[in-house]
Design a protein around this ligand. Structure first.
Ligand SMILES: [Zn+2]
Length: 253
């Protein structure tokens, strides 16, 4: 039985795929596998924690979150500035009726199912049965993001929310719309409800289908994970075996 307590356990991370895990494999196979095996624990950044703070509020578990993260308080016991910002974001969101309607579903609903022959797990932030799957995202802003090789693309695609939408919709099983309930950390918080069009989810599914067998084989120890040589994990585990010209691999105009 998969619960909120064991959702990210090593056993369940090995047994199930999840949209975050798939994205991790797509960005660096070596780091993703090391993370599953708990050989690598990515740093809990303040940016991530601010999002988790807002999540915890809407889930109704802010007390537990605060107890588990003493680093969000100053030595005097006040909330640090970033989390006071999180409080302001929450107050702004609660002022909007439509936003709150979509945040009023069942919270943190866990489901499992099969996709392309493998077991997957999902956790829905706000589940409006027969109506919508809602995921709360707190981000810097809503502007397009530069991605190497792709140029500036919408934040939804840059962060792989289209991929998450495709997985969630399939596992939920009723072709429900997937809505990103977005809020920004800008000095004045922006907010919006973004629907991911069906064709974008269909494209994302194709992308998953094309890569999932390899990722499953890596988890099973059949394939060797590739290193991206760019991420923090690859930097941490890099072993020098040679010297190289400083402009190696770079196009020189
Ligand atoms: Zn890497």
């Amino acid at each position: 039985m998969i619960t909120s307590e064991n959702y990210f356990s090593q056993e369940n991370q090995m047994k199930y795929f999840g949209s975050s895990q798939f994205k991790a494999f797509a960005s660096c196979e070596a780091a993703a596998l090391a993370e599953i095996k708990a050989e690598y624990i990515p740093e809990e950044t303040t940016a991530l924690l601010v999002g988790s703070y807002v999540d915890a509020h809407f889930e109704g578990t802010l007390d537990i979150f605060q107890a588990q993260h003493p680093s969000i308080f100053t030595r005097q016991g006040d909330l640090k500035a970033e989390y006071r910002r999180a409080e302001q974001i929450i107050q702004r969101l609660e002022r909007d009726k439509l936003f709150m309607k979509y945040m009023a579903g069942k919270k943190q609903v866990i489901m499992t199912g099969e996709l392309f022959g493998y077991p997957w797990k999902i956790k829905i932030d706000s589940y409006l049965e027969k109506e919508a799957i809602v995921d709360l995202k707190v981000m810097k802003d809503f502007r397009p993001i530069w991605v190497d090789g792709q140029g500036k693309i919408p934040f939804v695609e840059a962060w792989g929310y289209d991929l998450q939408a495709a997985v969630y919709q399939t596992i939920e099983g009723n072709k429900l719309p997937f809505i990103v309930a977005g809020a920004t950390k800008e000095p004045v918080t922006d907010l919006d409800l973004f629907e991911i069009p069906q064709y974008k989810m269909d494209i994302a599914l194709k992308l998953i289908e094309a890569r999932i067998d390899r990722f499953a084989d890596i988890k099973a120890g059949i394939e060797t994970p590739r290193r991206c040589e760019e991420c923090d994990y690859c930097k941490m585990t890099k072993v020098l075996t040679r010297i190289k010209p400083y402009d190696d691999g770079e196009a020189v105009a």
